[in-house]
Design a binder for this molecule. Structure first.
Ligand code: CA
Ligand code: CA
Length: 173
């Protein structure tokens, strides 16, 4: 009974903050110092979207945002209007900015996705063309989708482990 109440509270908390913010990229944003500000977010369940464009050749787009608590950040780049043309590279930086993680081709086609567990703070995302992009796919329109999720807590793993143990005991009896 105690565990099911905790579960319900978690679902309600996530649903109450599910409204995503939407931004249009604005040049020039080719350095961390000129990054487009894209909001302050409270985990869990917050999210934002950015419509942008890597053009002309060699363009790079920096975005700056903050999270108010520990967060699992999931960010992905999709092509607009679809992901058949374009080769992105995506990077997540801390406030220094020092690189936390990056990705080339883990999303649809040659587009990018990444995730990282981070403490409260200010972060940058950088979108640019992939290192193996060609004249055909080094410029593209994109949608950057970012989810600010709750970090999986050790406590929740204990609950799941206990549930599994109880289920195993029931099976044996
Ligand atoms: Ca751009
Ligand atoms: Ca730019």
């Amino acid at each position: 009974m105690k565990f099911s109440l905790i579960g319900l509270a978690g679902i309600v908390a996530a649903a109450s903050t599910s409204q995503a913010a939407f931004f249009l990229e604005a040049e020039g944003n080719n350095t961390s110092g000129t990054a487009n500000p894209v909001g302050v977010y409270a985990p869990p369940g917050d999210a934002f979207l950015v419509d942008g464009s890597i053009s002309p050749l060699g363009d790079q787009d920096w975005f700056i945002f903050s999270v108010t608590g520990p967060a699992e950040i999931k960010a992905a780049v999709y092509g607009r209007p679809n992901s058949t043309i374009g080769d992105s590279f995506l990077e997540l930086y801390d406030a220094v900015p020092a690189l936390i993680t990056s990705d080339d081709d883990d999303n649809i086609g040659k587009f990018s996705s990444l995730e990282a567990n981070v403490p409260a703070g200010t972060y940058y995302l950088r979108v640019l063309a992939g290192p193996r992009s060609t004249s055909i796919d080094a410029t593209f329109d994109y949608k950057l989708v970012v989810g600010i999720n709750i970090v999986p807590a050790p406590g929740s793993l204990c609950v799941a482990g206990l549930g599994g143990l109880m289920a195993a005991r029931r099976k044996r009896s």
